[in-house]
Design a protein around this ligand. Structure first.
Ligand SMILES: C[S@@+](CC[C@H](N)C(=O)[O-])C[C@H]1O[C@@H](n2cnc3c(N)ncnc32)[C@H](O)[C@@H]1O
Length: 211
């Protein structure tokens, strides 16, 4: 896996997310009482990590940051991501586990109050893994949430390319219309390549709420 905390292109992509959040919501920081949630990977103390970058940008304070990771190595054992993140940033919130299971549990406890989410997946655009994660997340977002979802547009091990429209199309088929109606139909996207092998496509979904 690439080192996301040490990658200029990833840094620029996160900056773009913040710019889009500010433009869509008209807010500069995430408001008090609301949170930032992300699929986190490792987040050292240096300026290249997501948590440090977003604090430096004035988007959030450390206690508004919630990082989730399944945190397993290729042998299915704990890889230590969450343990290390807790040591580096003890005042942020860290969860070891599956994304959907974690946000379901937090929602049931009344603790899931995002204003911005970075579903930074490594799933392919036309696989239902990504749309299931995005869909399950959308259903639990309060109004005023910007949900960023990343998907891979190609498989670096083959010449296979994926359809850029697939995620939005799958969501349209999967999410009930009462929920879809609360999300802006205009979905901004941008692409980047942080690894040199894989083109990523970021979607920005905005839950404006009932009009
Ligand atoms: C691209 S990295 C995150 C990078 C980070 N957001 C950043 O900007 O530096 C994606 C992480 O998500 C984790 N992940 C992928 N699918 C997951 C799932 N369903 N539940 C929990 N973690 C998951 C992976 O283990 C990986 O560490």
């Amino acid at each position: 896996m690439p080192k996301y905390h040490d990658n200029e292109i990833k840094f620029e992509a996160r900056q773009r997310n913040v710019d889009i959040f500010r433009k869509l919501t008209g807010l500069y920081p995430i408001p008090i009482g609301r949170q930032y949630w992300t699929l986190c990977n490792e987040q050292p103390k240096g300026p290249g990590s997501e948590i440090v970058q977003l604090i430096d940008l004035g988007l959030l304070t450390v206690d508004q940051f919630h990082g989730v990771d399944k945190d397993v190595n290729k042998h299915g054992k704990e890889s230590g991501i969450i343990r290390r993140n807790r040591k580096w940033h003890p005042n942020a919130h860290w969860y070891r586990g599956d994304w959907i299971a974690t946000i379901k549990e937090q929602t049931m406890q009344g603790k899931f109050k995002p204003a911005m989410i970075y579903l930074d997946t490594t799933s392919f655009a036309d696989y239902h893994i990504a749309s299931n994660m995005v869909g399950a997340t959308m259903m639990r977002c309060p109004s005023g949430t910007v949900l960023f979802a990343n998907v891979m547009l190609n498989d670096s091990h083959s010449s296979k390319r994926f359809d850029e429209e697939a995620l939005v199309r799958n969501l349209g088929e999967q999410i009930p219309s009462f929920e879809l109606d609360e999300w802006d139909t205009d979905v901004q996207t941008f692409s980047y390549n942080a690894s040199g092998f894989t083109n990523m496509l970021t979607h920005a979904f905005f839950k404006r709420g009932k009009s």
